[in-house]
Design a binder for this molecule. Structure first.
Ligand SMILES: [Zn+2]
Length: 212
């Protein structure tokens, strides 16, 4: 992006002289560093994004250092993907807003530009794990309008009890233990070939190697 975008300062290096004024703040001449970093309007948009992550704007004045800081910050953040994408999406929307104001005469507030940024995130279909370790990460997703992957519902298994053959009885048993040694229990039900309960038992015991 640096030295590739046709900002006024870059155009003037091609020998084209022009009176430059930033279309976003209308306060200073337009340069790459001003447009994306020094501009009061751009700064408000960046801050809305950084606030989502509860990150403060760094004391940096040029784009290469901003990119380095962004990469470094990514290492300590949980939501790495949205953070990485944010550098491009926010810068792209600042650039589009500048062009819209200069060439189409249409302007949006910094809040509306941020709403567009949120829509870009939603359109990207970015997936967020439902295993977020901190409530602040969850809040960040809500502020950016990111959808967290819903937990996959556990599979439902339908179980039938089948009658034993005629003249037979069926014993169904189950048990569990809370550790070993630990509290444990077991129970069983005996039914005949008509499904009628003809006997049952329940046993709770401690330890292991005990035989009921
Ligand atoms: Zn400006």
């Amino acid at each position: 992006m640096h030295k590739k975008l046709p900002t006024d300062d870059m155009v003037s290096t091609k020998g084209i002289s022009l009176a430059s004024k930033c279309s976003l703040c209308e306060e200073q001449a337009e340069s790459v560093n001003h447009l994306f970093m020094g501009c009061t309007f751009a700064m408000m948009v960046w801050k809305m994004f950084l606030d989502c992550f509860e990150v403060s704007w760094p004391d940096i004045e040029d784009l290469p250092h901003l990119a380095q800081w962004w990469i470094k910050k990514c290492r300590v953040l949980v939501l790495k993907k949205p953070w990485s994408m944010g550098l491009v999406i926010v810068a792209e929307n600042i650039w589009k807003e500048k062009n819209s104001r200069r060439y189409e005469g249409r302007s949006l507030s910094h809040v509306s530009v941020f709403e567009k940024i949120k829509r870009d995130f939603q359109d990207s279909k970015i997936t967020i794990s439902n295993k977020l370790p901190h409530i602040s990460d969850l809040m960040c997703c809500q502020r950016l309008g990111l959808i967290i992957n819903p937990k996959r519902p556990s599979e439902t298994l339908e179980i039938f009890w089948c009658k034993p053959p005629s003249g037979w009885a069926k014993l169904n048993v189950n048990g569990s233990s809370m550790g070993n040694p630990g509290r444990a229990g077991a129970g069983g039900v005996i039914r005949n070939d008509l499904g009628v309960v003809i006997g049952s038992f329940l046993r709770v015991f401690l330890g292991f190697n005990q035989i009921m």
